[in-house]
Design a protein. Sequence first.
Length: 154
Amino acid sequence: MTISILNPTYTYHFITIVTKRHKHFFGEKLNGNMKYSEVGIIANIIWNEIANNRENLIRDEYIVMPNHIHGILMVNKLIKVNTHLSKDHIKYDRHESYIENIIKLYKSTVKKYTNKFNLEFAWHPNYHSRYIQAESGLIAIRRYIQNNITKWNK
């Protein structure tokens, strides 16, 4: 008997967020690992905390690369997404718009801190989100994220 690692209670979303003009704001690859810049440290800390105080969101595998971030976010389908203004003053009506607003909040928070410390930084205006439907897809995306820095050649 095979046990599925996909929890049917959650929707799984593979997120990619890119810096403006693919500039290496987050750091550089050094000896097969990420050497984070100050901006990269900020981006990493804030992504690591993205699910804090959100009972219906779980942060799964992620990596902050020199010019982009890959991450998997899981949204609990059993917890009703708030249709009223949240503490972040964002209205949620569907899981997809919830993810969109989480990403907007993440990007604006990173930008706020880089401005506070007078660090040069800019985001590409969009992001990419792909819904993960199959266990094999989740396994492949987790592996891709885990190996992303070792295969980085830019």
